[in-house]
Ligand binder design. Structure first.
Ligand code: SF4
Length: 89
């Protein structure tokens, strides 16, 4: 199993852990989220990206994409301006 670029721990995160993170971010005050179709568009791009590990972790930023792709201020760190171009937030 590859290690996350940003931390020494494993890159795999369980579905339960991801669901909890998503629930937490949805309940945070002051955090703007994108509409679900925009999340689906972004996450679909991640799912076909070679930098996505274990279906959840971006190996460039170390973020869990089921969370980051929901953030209105979230950006794709892929070199050259990212892969989420034309994002709606
Ligand atoms: S580099 Fe961009 S498209 Fe690829 S997994 Fe990371 S955030 Fe997603």
């Amino acid at each position: 199993m590859k290690k996350c670029r940003k931390c020494p721990s494993r890159s795999a995160v369980s579905e339960e852990e991801i669901a909890k993170m998503v629930e937490d971010v949805r309940s945070m005050r002051g955090v703007r989220l994108v509409p679900e179709p925009e999340f689906e568009r972004r996450f679909g791009i991640c799912m076909s990206c070679e930098k996505l590990e274990d279906g959840s972790t971006c190996m460039l930023c170390g973020c869990i994409m089921q969370v980051r792709a929901r953030l209105a201020d979230g950006r794709c760190p892929y070199p050259g301006g990212g892969r989420w171009k034309n994002a709606v937030s």
